[in-house]
Design a protein around this ligand. Structure first.
Ligand code: VGL
Ligand code: ZN
Length: 207
């Protein structure tokens, strides 16, 4: 069992990010067994959940003539447009069911404001509103986080960067993540950015 100052953060382990989902991440399903293996070792397991209203501004379908993959300016921020995904209450937004939900201590939902996207589990992309996750972790005496999930080059990366910004010792479990790789090299660049910011890359075998 890991010490009480450590938490495992499961980023967006939701059906829409599996290879069969609306925003498919290649091999995304392969991280699920790793989550199942790691969860019993941690006394605190936190899950983030992408949780969009149907009118969310990150959906290409909500902008005339726009297609997924295009980039627009959304209320002053650069926004990649995505297929409709993780709509509140839909099947695709559910956390993958073969995780032991009883081991998940808390769930933090993000992306609920239609005007701004939220890749990080801590803050929206404009860093204006917090999900409360940092405060919650600190209140529990947690100073060290282990981050895994989907997608490496978006939600996992920004969760890692914000975790570091919030002062957590941050381990990034490399083999327990998969990315979108919209452009070749995005995944490797994401890991490099994390390391540059102070994250330590580890393998699930090291835990
Ligand atoms: C994500 C794009 C849009 C993610 C969520 O979980 O990485 N990516 N919404
Ligand atoms: Zn999203």
């Amino acid at each position: 069992m890991r010490p009480t100052n450590e938490a495992l953060i499961l980023v967006d382990l939701q059906y829409d990010f599996l290879p069969t989902g609306m925003l498919p991440v290649a091999e995304g399903d392969q991280v699920i067994p790793i989550a199942r293996q790691l969860m019993p070792d941690f006394q605190t397991v936190v899950a983030t959940q992408d949780w969009h209203p149907a009118d969310h501004g990150s959906f290409a379908a909500n902008h005339p003539w726009r297609k997924p993959g295009q980039v627009i300016e959304l209320h002053g921020l650069q926004q990649v447009l995505w297929p409709i995904h993780c709509v509140q209450g839909s099947f695709g937004a559910e956390l993958v069911d073969d995780l032991d939900q009883g081991k998940i201590t808390a769930i933090f939902q993000k992306g609920t404001d239609p005007t701004v996207d939220s890749y990080s589990g801590f803050f929206d992309n404009g860093h204006r509103n917090s999900t409360g996750m940092a405060e919650w972790l600190k209140e529990k005496g947690i100073d060290t986080i282990y981050v895994m999930g989907l997608a490496t080059d978006y939600c996992v990366k920004f969760t890692v960067l914000d975790g570091l910004g919030e002062g957590f010792k941050t381990y990034w479990i490399k083999d327990a993540c998969r990315g979108v790789e919209m452009n070749e090299g995005d995944i490797e660049r994401a890991f490099a950015e994390g390391v540059e910011a102070g994250a330590e890359l580890i393998s699930s075998d090291d835990i």
